[in-house]
Design a protein around this ligand. Structure first.
Ligand code: ZN
Length: 187
């Protein structure tokens, strides 16, 4: 997920630079691979930890506030999120499940896979999520506001759903046309 207003994170990005991490290319809508359903992670091993580390570096560099493995063409249930202003509260969710949701909120969302597009989406206002961390331990988290929205947005990616699919067909067609045009201009 992407937010247009972000604090200056350049110093943080520099401190993150490490030869053990890599920036991953992000798929752009309407790439059909964004609609693949991600598989459950059987074992949190070194490969999954490396993926999570690379994903967090990619998210911070973008810059974004959330990234799902699907967006970097790895179809396993891993998401990373950091909605803190100083970019110091990295959360990694492996095999996340929503175990409770309540309320309703509407806010403008953006997505690293749908550059330049911001649209209002209706989501649950509070969620409780259960997941594994990078140590393979189960944890539960109660989230509200932006964090709750971000968790729902990223979990949708794991099911092959991009936020523009909540919009009218007409809007989706316009967004697709705009992004296809943008990608032609880039190459
Ligand atoms: Zn997204």
């Amino acid at each position: 997920m992407y937010m247009p207003i972000l604090p200056d994170i350049a110093p943080y990005i520099n401190s993150l630079k490490s030869r053990f991490m890599a920036l991953l290319p992000i798929l752009h809508y309407p790439d059909p691979r964004l609609h693949m359903r991600a598989s459950v992670v059987d074992r949190v091993d070194a490969d999954i930890r490396q993926l999570a580390a690379d994903m967090s570096e990619t998210m911070y560099a973008a810059p974004g506030i959330g990234l799902a493995a699907t967006q970097v063409n790895r179809h396993v249930r891993v998401i990373v999120i950091d909605v803190s202003e100083d970019r110091s509260q990295l959360l990694t969710f492996i095999n996340p499940e929503l175990i409770e949701k309540s309320g309703e909120c509407e806010g403008e969302e953006g997505c690293l896979s749908v550059p330049g597009i911001y649209e209002t989406v209706k989501r649950a206002a509070q969620v409780k999520v259960r997941a594994l961390n990078v140590e393979g331990e189960t944890f539960e988290l109660d989230a509200t506001d932006l964090l709750a929205v971000c968790i729902q947005h990223e979990m949708d990616h794991l099911d092959g759903k991009v936020f523009v699919e909540y919009l009218s067909r007409l809007k989706q067609t316009r967004i697709k046309a705009k992004l296809v045009k943008q990608s032609r201009e880039t190459f």
